[in-house]
Design a protein around this ligand. Sequence first.
Ligand code: C5P
Length: 225
Amino acid sequence: MKKPVIAIDGYSSTGKSSISKIIAEKLGIVHLDTGALYRGITWFALQNCVDDNGNIDLQELFKSFHIIKLEFKKVEDELVLYLNHINVSKEIRTAEVSNNVSLIAKQKEVRDFLLETQRSIARNGGVIMDGRDIGTVVLPDADFKFFLTASIDERTKRRYNELLAMGIESDEAEVKENLIARDKIDSEREIAPLKQAEDAILIDNTKMTKSQTIDAILLQITKIN
Ligand code: C5P
């Protein structure tokens, strides 16, 4: 069986990354959580490119791209993001990063900077990539495309519990507000907006468990391969 290229897009906290990780293990392919890349750039900007008023200075960020090195490394079976050799896997999940990431991700310069990194990983096939524009822009020729959605209350509960499991305390109302705000910016931006690719299969997993969503995706893949 040829190793497939799979694109998983969808709204925030629909389980894209954790589902993709398990499918990658089952199929023996690579998993790339592209949201982590946007979060990494945002964390870098918050550390290094803030103006006197405490706002992110975008021009300063764009000038710094040549000193940003992003790598995924396997640590105890988890793929973690290293930014300039620092493990930032926990830092990129903080509320501060979540509150700024969509504003950074809508910049053309940022999307261009990350596009080639993402495509080069898929060049040899055998990859599952999750994000917002994978099926539409990054990998338009992917063998399989899925678009995940779920109710806002279900997604809020999932994100809240995910943060708790990582040791990050949060406020449920704030988590919900952040998901709504990000989805709005991500869907309305000019470049590579969050939307279902015409040839993507839609899965509403509000009432589905993680393993039911995985089975639904695997069923489509094995049916065709
Ligand atoms: O997947 P995650 O929720 O971690 O993504 C964080 C943010 O990164 C999204 O809200 C979106 O602004 C941005 N993103 C994107 N394109 C992708 C993946 C993520 O714009 N392919």
